[in-house]
Design a protein around this ligand. Structure first.
Ligand SMILES: [Zn+2]
Length: 294
């Protein structure tokens, strides 16, 4: 009996030591699948509107204060409506962490090996839904658990994926609008998540992030190492023009967590079966610890 009491005490002490909640990987994966079930979330579509409603509803259910930013851009003579969504937790807390992802999906599968598919929209399971899924699960944790030391802003960018290859011009409209019209208090730390659900997840250090925010890169990669999460590789990878760049340009301490080595990128095969709950969990657990650590 005494043996069991000692074991129980050890378990309780161990549980008490974990000062941050468990990221629920399966719930995050369900959020990913749910987005793909709306269909492709391309700009100006009914499907992207359904996705917006889903994001806002999930944030509201978890107690966030919602802000939206509406803007318009013209791309190749077509007018597109964009809406950034911001879910604020503990809005009066002065110290803040910002977590971001884009939620729009590319209207053209123009990297598909079959050229007949190049004008079809992608499902965008990894390229869009994955980052949103992690953020929505973080919203659950913020609702269910004791508040962290930081206030958290979850930011969902629109109109990221409309660009032309080889030019920076028509990518990342939502984050550019956000950076130029910063609607909230500036964060101490910010993380962008993009393409984080590949079953074969290998996250190298994105080069712009390392150049401008090396301390935050080290902090995040150290957390991954402490947790024994081996998907984070200590290797400087490619520079990727993503939603973090407009924020870096205005001096925000932000890094991009992205696995750009994904064979289904911008193809009709970017579907939920290429993604996994485990991969979402690897990233989600690292972000949860960043949010909750003292
Ligand atoms: Zn994309």
């Amino acid at each position: 009996m005494k043996k069991y009491l000692i074991l129980l005490s050890v378990i309780l002490i161990f549980m008490g030591c974990q000062a941050y909640p468990d990221f629920q990987s399966d719930r995050a994966y369900q959020y990913l699948i749910k987005q793909t079930e709306f269909g492709p979330r391309v700009p100006n579509s009914n499907e992207i509107e359904l996705c917006r409603e889903f994001i806002i509803q999930t944030l509201e259910e978890n107690g966030a204060e919602i802000l939206t930013q509406e803007f318009e851009v013209t791309i190749s003579d077509s007018l597109y409506e964009g809406i950034n969504i911001i879910g604020r937790f503990y809005p009066r807390q002065p110290r803040r962490i910002l977590l971001a992802a884009h939620y729009d999906t590319r209207p053209w599968a123009d990297k598909d090996s079959n050229s007949e598919n190049h004008n079809l929209p992608i499902s965008g399971a990894n390229d869009a839904a994955s980052g949103v899924a992690v953020l929505l699960e973080i919203a659950n944790l913020l609702n269910e658990q004791q508040p962290p030391e930081y206030g958290i802003d979850l930011v969902f960018f629109d109109l990221e994926d409309m660009g032309s290859y080889g030019s920076d011009d028509n990518w990342c409209h939502g984050s550019r609008y956000f950076a130029n019209n910063f609607p909230i208090k500036k964060p101490e730390k910010a993380i962008l998540l993009d393409m984080v659900a590949d079953k074969d997840l290998n996250i190298e250090i994105e080069r712009f992030s390392y150049h401008d925010s090396p301390a935050l890169v080290n902090e995040v990669w150290d957390i991954a190492e402490d947790l024994g999460i081996e998907n984070f590789k200590r290797k400087i990878g490619l520079p990727i023009y993503d939603d973090h760049v407009p924020l870096l340009e205005i001096g925000i301490n932000i890094i991009d967590i992205i696995d750009f080595d994904y064979p289904y990128w911008h193809t009709i095969e970017d579907t939920y079966d290429k993604c996994s709950a485990e991969s979402l969990g690897s990233v989600g657990k690292v972000i949860t610890k960043l949010v909750y650590q003292k």
